[in-house]
Design a protein around this ligand. Structure first.
Ligand SMILES: [Zn+2]
Length: 199
């Protein structure tokens, strides 16, 4: 049975039996927080359970590595929408140990892409158009540093108001234990001064 068939079959029962009722909530995050974390499968349920969140508590954005690539990428846009449309007051960047992005090498993934039958000419055309595939497909060396960089992008963003705090954390993918990298409350005064330059 394909994943799609299995999902559609399960969904029919879920809806018909009214199992959705326990998840009913609004589109506004009750805890007024937005979380950027990794798409790692180990965090699918673990993250929410480990930090005590239930359906409706938070906006959650997931990508490979919990990384904001640049101040105007889709992740940053989602964070801005959370703040300005959904009354979010705190931003959490939560990376994790043993992240696949920590060891991602562009050359290795390009070899896998070619191995799937993608023509090398296609790859060359992308590179010639000015896209640096080697930068785009390279991960980070240190998760704490990566989290700090993403926190700084949000903190210093010209469209993020001064009253929004930004935290950086790392979670263990087995135990769910959190390590605090940046406490946004501690840095609030300093960041407000920095943000004042932009706002
Ligand atoms: Zn990861």
């Amino acid at each position: 049975m394909s994943a799609l068939t299995k999902i559609m079959k399960y969904n029919e029962g879920f809806v018909n039996e009214g199992n959705y009722q326990e998840f009913e909530t609004t589109k506004y995050p009750d805890q007024k927080i937005v979380i950027l974390t990794c798409m790692d499968t180990r965090l699918l349920e673990l993250l929410q359970k480990a930090i005590g969140l239930k359906n409706g508590d938070a906006k959650i954005i997931r990508n490979a590595g919990a990384v904001i690539a640049n101040p105007f990428d889709s992740v940053m846009r989602s964070i801005l929408i959370s703040i300005h449309e959904f009354e979010t007051k705190e931003v959490f960047i939560i990376g994790h140990h043993e992240c696949g992005m920590a060891s991602l090498q562009a050359e290795a993934i390009l070899e896998k892409i070619k191995g799937q039958g993608i023509d090398e000419k296609c790859i060359d055309t992308i590179i010639q158009s000015g896209i640096s595939l080697s930068d785009w497909l390279t991960g980070f060396g240190c998760v704490e540093k990566s989290v700090s960089q993403s926190v700084n992008i949000v903190k210093n963003h010209p469209l993020v108001p001064n009253n929004v705090v930004v935290h950086g954390l790392v979670i263990h993918p087995q135990t769910g234990q959190l390590e605090l990298v940046i406490d946004g409350n501690e840095n609030k005064q300093e960041s407000s001064i920095e943000e004042g330059i932009y706002v």
